[in-house]
Write a protein that binds this ligand. Structure first.
Ligand code: SF4
Ligand code: SF4
Ligand code: FES
Length: 260
């Protein structure tokens, strides 16, 4: 095959692929305007295919940053649905709009001044008691969090339970957008997790020990040496470092123990 032919083939392949894609187009409505997009795309990719360029409302593209909340309805279905645009695939006739930001009350506080008592949460978020237990928040959550239960735990003063239940919250705000009581659940949960992590959970002794060792200057010399190593050498050191084997036991140690 000649070089010319070799160069030509990728273009032909691209045209073929485009034709294949074109054969599978489905209609969707983005903010009321009809577009035809390839089926199987996520809402986010379909919007980009339709010409939208995200400068907000898009972050990780992997379902973890919570930036791409979207509301949609399907033809013939009265239900308003919510999803993450980077996760949900388009369906024929779906009509949608993205919610890159949803206004929500976020209390101001100096965290170090807070105690671990439930009253701190009640004081900062008195609207907590506006919850009418409608469960719309739980139905909206793309993370499958029992949002209403976590709110109920907070109302009962059980910060640890609220922190546990809301652990997977990605702060997308979709629960807040549906809340009849106008709560900003995810900000409340964040406060609960902060209080739980910093003021309720027992301190890890080994961590405290290690911090003490660092503060005593145990690693100052090695860090100082590393600061003066050239970039290439640093990369080599990193690549050749001794890694802990996957099945290493609790008492595993590297051969070079100078820096332990
Ligand atoms: S709890 Fe609310 S903010 Fe958190 S992930 Fe679920 S819907 Fe999003
Ligand atoms: S949507 Fe709001 S009012 Fe309804 S259960 Fe959830 S927090 Fe309570
Ligand atoms: S872009 Fe991060 S969750 Fe969708």
């Amino acid at each position: 095959m000649s070089v010319k032919e070799e160069k030509k083939n990728p273009a032909e392949t691209a045209v073929k692929e485009k034709k294949q894609i074109a054969a599978k187009l489905i209609p969707i409505y983005i903010m009321g305007k009809r577009y035809e997009v390839p089926e199987g795309l996520t809402i986010m990719k379909a919007m980009e295919y339709a010409g939208y360029r995200f400068i907000r409302g898009c972050g990780c593209r992997g379902g973890t940053c919570g930036a791409c909340g979207t509301v949609y309805r399907k033809p013939g279905d009265y239900k308003l649905q919510v999803a993450l645009a980077c996760q949900k695939t388009v369906e024929p006739g779906m009509y949608m709009a993205q919610i890159p930001f949803f206004p929500a009350n976020r209390a101001q506080y100096e965290f170090t001044d807070l105690t671990s008592t439930p009253e701190e949460v009640f004081k900062l978020y008195p609207e907590l008691f506006r919850c009418v237990a409608c469960n719309a928040c739980t139905k909206a959550c793309p993370q499958g969090i029992e949002v209403m239960d976590a709110i109920a735990a907070l109302k009962q003063g059980n910060i640890a339970e609220a922190a546990r239940l809301s652990f997977d919250c990605i702060q997308c705000g979709l629960c807040t957008s549906r809340c009849f009581g106008e709560l900003a659940q995810y900000h409340m949960f964040q406060l609960a997790r902060r209080i739980y992590g910093a003021k309720i959970l027992p301190r890890a002794e080994h961590l405290a020990e290690m911090i003490g060792t660092i503060n005593e200057g145990r690693y100052d010399q090695i860090l100082d040496e590393l600061k003066h190593v050239k970039e290439d050498e640093l990369k080599k050191l990193y690549q050749e470092r001794e890694s802990e084997p996957m099945a290493a036991g609790e008492d595993w140690k590297p051969e070079d123990t100078r820096y332990l």
